[in-house]
Design a binder for this molecule. Sequence first.
Ligand code: FE2
Length: 314
Amino acid sequence: MRINDIFKLAVDMGIKADFRGQEGVADFLESKKKKYEKLSEEDRQYFDKDSLTNPYSDSKIHNVADNREIKKIMMGIDIDSAEILLAKYLGDIDLVIGHHPIGKSLANLADVMSLQCDVLNYYGLPINIAEGLMRQRIEEVARGVNPINHQRGVDAAKIMGINLMNIHTPADNLAAKFLKMKVDAAKPKKVEDVIKLLKEIPEYKEASKIGTGPKIFAGSSENRCGKIALTEITGGTEGSPKLYEKMANVGIGTVVGMHINEEHKKEAEAANLNVVIAGHMSSDSLGMNLFADELERQGVKIVPCSGFTRASRI
Ligand SMILES: [Fe+2]
């Protein structure tokens, strides 16, 4: 496999697992195309043309130093200059794949967040409410990532001659779909049953051993779950705190997420929602593992690093 094949595989897997369905993703790409066509010649040169075919602007190929056959990949959650140096030191790494957005992917993180509107809509929230509340949050995230030193790790890869990409939302989609299928099949009754179910998954079992396993952030173990929503696993980053009240109003009882900040936690508590936080690095590892399994099936070796716990399902 070459770098482009690996990237395409990730995007295709991400689309297959996407809450919007293939049609929803096609609609999203179509609206991008329309936006592009309306631009002036001057503005078109700054438009991210990759976004016309890749619906995940937080995932990109950042450096192709040598377009060789990829046999060994170093895969991690956060890739920065240190990991690039590590790859160089190891000497036989053909490609580094990070999870969290870097470079242009980080600058474009807010672009994938509209996916959350569709996820919320899937769980019963009217689309106008989801879009209305997310709009403000998406703008906040776009401003928040603006001052970051986006290119730091990418520059290191260019200097060191290391092939580099990051895969964010496609992997989070895989984790969300995996968890949704587990929850739908097991139909946990109480919040403690959700925790028990998560701890059966290798990534969360390993995380529990180092104190970062699944935890209840709002509600209690004895609470009944009601309707369980996987609204906070994919879609860039945390949504709007104002969503919790609306989610409770449409009959959601428990939210399973990767991570939650204090403001969101307080709003969830005020809405009497249960919040189960599966864990951040562990949930990111789950999504990357499902992608890594496919790469291993095709004969590629994976070297895990930077918080990525490899658990093979092949
Ligand atoms: Fe993450």
